[in-house]
Design a protein around this ligand. Structure first.
Ligand SMILES: [Zn+2]
Length: 211
């Protein structure tokens, strides 16, 4: 069933819930199991509800989320670091879970932001189909655009289900990606201060992550 139609410019209309449940039923059949077996009867509905949580990020707007920034920095000119923000994402190549943590830092210039917003910004981009490199860049770029700080640093560590549970079966492998902007990019000592603050095991290496 090769489709030759060109992709529409706008995202296609979302299918009805019943249609998605039928698709899950088809997947169950594809595994070789019986979707009418008692234990599986409610599974399509449950899967759809789980998808609503895993992909809730599409309904959220980063501009709205970051709207209320707190103007006064009250002379505070040191780095702000939030580390170990746990996230669950899904890789866009296999729709397999990517589980990890993000570390976000910035050096304020005019504005600071509520710390919970940083965590919610991570979740907003995690709850979409992603590649880890893009998610890392999106978190950093949006923070930089809204806060206009002296710099932004984001490091993301992720364990990719498509790599740990199938394929090369590398259960322990973690991918590390980073994006450094402003002073974190230009000043090695500022970057090092951030990396020390997040205490990254094994140092920083960049991911080359196709999965
Ligand atoms: Zn994958």
């Amino acid at each position: 069933m090769a489709r030759t139609k060109r992709k529409a410019a706008k995202p296609p209309k979302r299918p009805a819930r019943a249609e998605v449940e039928r698709a899950v039923r088809t997947l169950i059949q594809w595994t070789g199991d019986d979707p009418d077996r008692e234990g599986l009867l409610e599974t399509p509905a449950r899967v759809v509800r789980a998808y609503e949580q895993w992909f809730a990020g599409y309904a959220q707007d980063p501009n709205e989320l970051l709207e209320r920034t707190f103007e006064e920095v009250a002379g505070y000119d040191e780095m702000v670091v939030l580390r170990d923000v746990r996230f669950v994402s899904h890789c866009e190549h296999h729709m397999a879970p990517v589980i990890g943590r993000a570390h976000v830092g910035y050096l304020p210039r005019h504005r600071v932001i509520g710390i919970s917003k940083l965590a919610r910004l991570v979740q907003l981009y995690a709850r979409r189909l992603q590649i880890q490199e893009r998610m890392t860049a999106q978190i950093a770029d949006n923070l930089h655009r809204v806060l206009r700080p002296a710099g932004v640093a984001v490091v993301v560590e992720g364990t990719h289900g498509c790599m740990t549970t199938r394929g090369v079966n590398q259960a322990q492998a973690t991918m590390v990606t980073s994006r450094m902007l402003g002073v974190f990019r230009d000043h090695p000592e500022t970057r090092q201060e951030f990396l020390s603050a997040i205490d990254l095991r094994g140092g920083l290496r960049s991911g080359t992550g196709s999965c």
